[in-house]
Design a protein around this ligand. Structure first.
Ligand code: NDP
Ligand code: 2IT
Length: 450
């Protein structure tokens, strides 16, 4: 590695030594930037990389609420405003018990690159809380969201910072957050949050966008590598949330045979093909467990998750789509997938493959659609939602979907072009990082030392 990159990485390790996910995300990016940094020795003097890896602002706050038993519970809220180089901070909110500063910072860091790839004017941010929405009543969720927004509202705005959903934050939570923002700020600022309900400023196709976009990217990547088609391919998808469900829907539309999905407790395998309407009923309506699938399809199989190696990756598949969470594909799982003949991985989740897993896939000629590129359809459509809020005019589902499709085609082409320019073959992981970094570095140089 180039000595400047090495120096920055070792400083990041020391300064953030209790933040393993953040170090991992930075390491993965810096490891691919050598050819660009070699060409620009001037970066070192202006501390360009040091500024890249330091969030512009990191906010942490107390979130107290009263549960249904009348007991006061205190959680920690975060917003990491990582980079406003090319637009207002933009990125989701995650409510999950695992949320901590390291996870917030890794997600915020990745978001900068992802948002740059969309070609739209959005900076990078992320937020959330260690609150667990599972098993909570609607009233508890509402009171928690109101308390969270009571603090967050002073830090955001449609031209400042625009949060959206992520794990544990969907349309219900965005509704409660929006209502409280409006109440406190006394302004109808539609573009302050995205992923809103359709009756009060949401965009058609935002719900579907991340999953659909993932499959559009996969379609382009497969087509560019020998004209492979999704039709007839076996697909496994981890997770059963927003990203997984709509990736499944689009994969089915393209004639793929989706045979497995999962949640944090285990995975189901249905050799006859996943019944997506049932998954939607279980997850979107009943908020139940994926194992409930067997109550209707008793001939499907259920495998419990017992270790960090999710059982879903033991299932033979052509295409694997990790759409649940970070580091869900370990080196062990990668070895299993390769041994079973996988041809492509599509990262719907953020950083779902460990660095070792990604390297193993690439070494074994498995195509990898990297998260920063492949799951960018969600945030891109959030930016389209912001545009509609500003225009005070709504696009049809097909109009939004067609813009999303074009954006994903362009993202793939940017990754491919960077691969060609730097002789990277079909290492789109490096291609995506380089394509995004070049744009951001140019913007950073142009804006002076800030
Ligand atoms: P949801 O909350 O809708 O669904 C998350 C799914 O992943 C659930 O099935 C959940 O299972 C599973 N999951 C969550 N945490 C874990 C864990 N620690 N171990 C195993 N399974 C887990 O979230 P989304 O679908 O919105 O997000 C999924 C991924 O996609 C995340 O990495 C997110 O950052 C990323 N992403 C989301 C975008 C969006 O627009 N929503 C855009 C781009 C990326 P269970 O219910 O059992 O917890
Ligand atoms: O990780 C992501 O890109 C998201 N959770 C979506 C962010 C957004 O602002 O739509």
């Amino acid at each position: 590695m180039n000595s400047y990159l090495e120096k920055v990485l070792s400083e990041v390790r020391v300064k953030n030594n209790n933040e393993p996910e953040f170090i991992q995300a930075v390491d993965e990016v810096l490891a691919t930037l050598e050819p660009v940094v070699n060409k620009h020795p001037e970066y070192e003097n202006i501390a360009l990389l040091e500024r890249f890896v330091e969030p512009e602002r990191l906010i942490s706050f107390r979130v107290p609420y009263v549960n249904d038993e009348g007991k006061t519970i205190v959680h920690r809220g975060y917003r990491v405003q990582f980079s406003s180089l090319i637009g207002p901070y933009k990125g989701g909110l995650r409510f999950h018990p695992s949320v901590n500063q390291s996870i917030m910072k890794f997600l915020g860091f990745e978001q900068i690159f992802k948002n740059a790839l969309t070609g739209l004017p959005i900076g990078g941010g992320k937020g959330g809380s260690d609150f667990d929405p599972k098993g909570k009543s609607d009233g508890e969720i509402m009171r928690f969201c109101q308390s969270f927004m009571t603090e967050l509202q002073r830090h955001i705005g449609q031209d400042v910072d625009v949060p959206a959903g992520d794990i544990g934050v969907g349309e219900r939570e965005i509704g409660y957050l929006f209502g409280q923002y409006k109440r406190i700020r006394d302004v109808y600022e539609g573009g302050v949050l995205t992923g809103k309900g359709l009756t009060y400023g949401g965009s058609l196709a935002r719900k579907e966008a991340t999953g659909f976009g993932l499959i559009y990217f996969m379609r382009e990547m497969l087509n560019a590598n020998g004209g492979i088609n999704l039709n007839g391919k076996t697909v496994t998808i981890s997770g059963a949330g927003n990203v997984a469900i709509y990736a499944c829907q689009k994969a089915l539309e393209y004639g793929a045979n989706v045979v497995a999905m999962s949640d944090s407790k285990g995975c189901i395998y249905d050799k006859y093909g996943i019944d997506l309407d049932l998954i939607k009923q279980i997850k979107e309506v009943e908020r139940g467990r994926i194992s409930d699938y067997l109550k209707v399809h008793s001939d499907a199989e259920y495998f419990e998750a017992e270790s960090e190696d999710s059982p879903i990756w033991n299932i033979k598949t052509d295409i694997a789509l990790p759409c649940a969470t970070q580091n869900e594909v370990t080196l062990n799982s990668a070895k299993k997938l390769v041994a079973n003949g996988v041809i492509a991985i599509g990262e719907g989740a953020n950083m779902p493959c460990t660095k070792e897993a990604t390297e193993y896939f690439l070494k074994n000629s498995v195509l990898v659609a990297p998260a920063k590129a492949a799951n960018a359809g969600g945030v891109a459509t959030s930016a389209i939602e912001m545009s509609q809020n500003s225009m005070r005019y709504y696009l049809t589902f097909d109009e939004v979907d067609s813009k999303l499709n074009n954006i994903m085609i362009n993202i793939f082409l940017s990754c491919k072009k960077a691969c060609e320019e730097y002789n990277l073959g079909n290492n789109y992981v490096a291609g995506a990082n380089i394509a995004a970094f070049r744009k951001l570095a140019k913007a950073m140089k142009a804006q002076g030392i800030v």
